[in-house]
Design a binder for this molecule. Sequence first.
Ligand SMILES: Nc1ncnc2c1ncn2[C@@H]1O[C@H](COP(=O)(O)OP(=O)(O)OP(=O)(O)O)[C@@H](O)[C@H]1O
Ligand SMILES: [Mg+2]
Length: 299
Amino acid sequence: MEQVISIQKVTKKFKDKMAVNELSFSIQKGEVVAILGPNGAGKSTTILMMLGLLEATNGKIEVFQNSPKEKSIREKIGAMLQEVSVIDALKVKEVLQLFRSYYEKPMDFEELVILTGLNKEDLKKRADKLSGGQKRRLGFALALAGDPDLLFFDEPTVGMDISARKRFWDTVTTLKERGKTIIFSTHYLQEADDVAERILLFHNGKLVTDGTPHDIKNKLTKQSVSFMEKNGVPLSEIRSLPFVTEVYIKEHRIFVVTEQTDEVLAYLFEKKLGVTGIEIEKGRLDEAFEQLTKNKEVI
Ligand SMILES: Nc1ncnc2c1ncn2[C@@H]1O[C@H](COP(=O)(O)OP(=O)(O)OP(=O)(O)O)[C@@H](O)[C@H]1O
Ligand SMILES: [Mg+2]
């Protein structure tokens, strides 16, 4: 696999504020990675350092095995930052053409318009006359103008309506299919769960967990099998099963907390306990997120 990003023991201090604290991770070609974390966790700072726009206080950052400041490396990168600022006096179409002209092999203009959902009217408007959502669409188009191999999106869907959001993620999926490496930050757990194949969870400038959405949910959230009983079930026997963490009764339902829901079901059927209304509850990513950012001892 080709390594696209390597971060080793990177620290960023702003005066005495430790924004990023001994961060290490690497990202391979073609990965779609979400950086998740509460306000002030260090997401934007890390993205800016990977873009070569902020200098790390300590540690080493390599993008395509090189410094992110190298011109040849910068040409392979596109970004949509949290703060979008554009050249106000130009029309959208002109800004796009200008950005395309910076690159040797820019993305085809028509394709750029289609992929980002800009319409004919948007193209004729002056950039400073765009609405918030339209500005983000322009920011998206500018990120794609150079047809880059590596893309960064810092909270890309803030201010987008539902259809703009859907289009954005559909385009991200298309870009992924073309082999692009995509890194985005978000507060929306659902987006990370739906789109990313890997989540880096940040808290207080540190990486607190790194895994697939599935792994993170499995590792940190409780799953349970619940049911109603008819003829009495041997609660203490269930409680002593090796794969059961806890058993409790709530509103006439028995809840069996476990990491292996299949084993609990197999046990119930094998013993012919005649239970009814079986339900399985899987953990949710927001529970995992809450647990990780509140209570670091669980890691
Ligand atoms: N230029 C700066 N000068 C001083 N402190 C800064 C600067 N930029 C960021 N910080 C501080 O560093 C910490 C991390 O900020 P950062 O913007 O990376 O967080 P974030 O995870 O992107 O948050 P958000 O979700 O709100 O965008 C915060 O405490 C912030 O106040
Ligand atoms: Mg930020």
